[in-house]
Write a protein that binds this ligand. Structure first.
Ligand SMILES: Nc1ncnc2c1ncn2[C@@H]1O[C@H](COP(=O)(O)OP(=O)(O)OP(=O)(O)O)[C@@H](O)[C@H]1O
Ligand SMILES: [Mg+2]
Length: 266
């Protein structure tokens, strides 16, 4: 089975890139073949994995507007089971350049058909926008994973995202599902964090992952070392959190049979 999951929320700074990178890496550590796609002109996923976006000559932008084969742009990482389709700042221009292309919302979907057979998971890191590139990511995906930050206005904008998902389901990609909502940057000492968890669970119930990602300084340091957090410090709460998220996702998809007791205790 191969599954394409996009990590999306048009609210900025909620943990999309942190989730995409560390979930992708954790799935790869569990011996799944993973392709991480950087679909954000900020190219944070690209640099987080140790690549300099300025040196990326062939990235998602070139694929989208020149209709190349994705294999031409996919790069090996330092890790056996993880590859990346990087981005550079040029991706900003793709939105405008794609406007006149036929079937402009389905370009990424068509491209990924050529390579999806080589991976167990393709994880797409979206930008904080609901523009054409994010629409392409939703159009190409089997499911969408939504990080929700345990902060003020956590639910702000979620209605708009869910509405966009509905439109995509109706018009571009009828098989798109919601993989789940992941609560991020949780701080058990803060009443606000606990209120957000309650509120999100009340609204979205079984769609919310049991795994909650804690606020963890090591997670925010790891990008400056160009490393997934698990490589930077395997004992950090963030490493354990994302490994648990990967295992829960595999379990939800019927891909492992781990029992609750086997889960690493956070
Ligand atoms: N659990 C966490 N604990 C501490 N810091 C975190 C955590 N998750 C993310 N961060 C930090 O918060 C900031 C925003 O995270 P991230 O870049 O993953 O969000 P994003 O949704 O991808 O942002 P954007 O919308 O700009 O793409 C980063 O500096 C990141 O290192
Ligand atoms: Mg990001």
């Amino acid at each position: 089975m191969s599954k394409i999951i996009c990590v999306a929320n048009q609210k900025g700074g909620v943990g999309k890139t942190t989730t995409a990178i560390n979930l992708a890496y954790s799935l790869s550590v569990l011996e799944n073949r993973v392709l991480l796609i950087d679909a954000d002109p900020q190219a944070n996923s690209t640099s987080h994995l140790g690549f300099d976006p300025k040196n990326i000559r062939l990235g998602l932008y070139e694929l989208l507007v020149q209709d190349l084969n994705p294999s031409d742009a996919i790069l090996d990482t330092k890790y056996d089971y993880l590859k990346i389709l990087p981005a550079n700042i040029d991706l900003v221009g793709a939105e405008i350049e794609m406007i006149d292309l036929p079937n402009r919302e389905r370009i990424l979907s068509r491209l990924l058909e050529k390579v999806r057979g080589s991976y167990d998971f393709i994880i797409i890191d979206c930008s904080p926008s609901l523009g054409l590139i994010t629409t392409n990511a939703l159009g190409a995906s089997d499911s969408v994973l939504i990080p929700v930050q345990c902060e003020y206005f956590a639910l702000e904008g979620l209605g708009k995202l869910l509405n966009t998902i509905k439109i995509v389901q109706r018009s571009i990609n009828t098989k798109l599902e919601i993989e789940g909502l992941v609560l991020t940057m949780y701080d058990s000492r803060l009443r606000l964090s606990n209120q957000v968890v309650e509120e999100v669970k009340l609204h979205f119930q079984q769609l919310v992952f049991d795994t909650i990602i804690k606020r963890n300084t090591t997670l925010s340091e790891a990008p400056s070392f160009g490393l997934p957090v698990l490589e930077h410090d395997a004992t950090a709460a963030g490493s354990v959190g994302y490994l648990n998220l990967a295992r829960e996702l595999l379990q939800k998809n019927g891909l492992t049979k781990i029992s609750e007791e086997e889960r690493i205790i956070q």
